[in-house]
Design a protein around this ligand. Sequence first.
Ligand SMILES: *Cc1c(COP(=O)(O)O)cnc(C)c1O
Length: 228
Amino acid sequence: MSISKNLNNIKSELPKNVTLVAVSKTKPVADLMEAYDAGQRIFGENKIQEMTDKWEVMPKDIEWHMIGHVQTNKVKYMAPYVSLIHGVDSLKLLQEINKQAAKNNRVIDCLLQVYIAEEESKFGLDEQELDEMLKQVQHDKDNFKNIRIVGLMGMATFTENQNQIEKEFKHLKTIFDNLITRTDAINRVSTENIDMKILSMGMSGDYQLAISCGSTMVRIGSSIFGSR
Ligand SMILES: *Cc1c(COP(=O)(O)O)cnc(C)c1O
């Protein structure tokens, strides 16, 4: 199957409210261009250097999403152009994103990564850390003028057990819904830099399940571009 056929098949089954991020990590620019020519404008990468190399040579109407773990000292390389950072999991990282965004006169959208898997290897915040981070951003909003928290991201356990994956996705959706109720209340009083609207969950193997659990953004790589 060609990339454009894969892409069109997936797009045809996504509900209207679900955004597709085409995860193009490790793939050559020619492959990305095939997806671009088929209409795809949002690409996800997990390494800042690789994403920047691709950004430099590809059309400028592409939205670049950083979906991988971000090292603080590399934020500066993507700050001029990145449109959404999915994996924000510490206040220190958020402060650096804010600083680099300010240097570029930008506001950078971020998702907070929440730990939902039963694995030691996945990054992310637990619920208490998430709470503390949001409180900090609300409390100290003058120091976070160049970031906007627009939602949450999570990755389920790498397992064949659909029940477990479903349980984890539903858990994240519950956290997300609870926050929306609360941030609505808070927003009426103050904050412009928190606007919970995106729930990024679901990859090639589990995106249908993620969507049925309330995902609004799926990150799909191998089902579009082939295995890596
Ligand atoms: C690689 C990656 C994906 C895409 O994985 P596929 O199984 O190829 O669809 C999604 N999200 C993150 C965070 C990734 O690193």
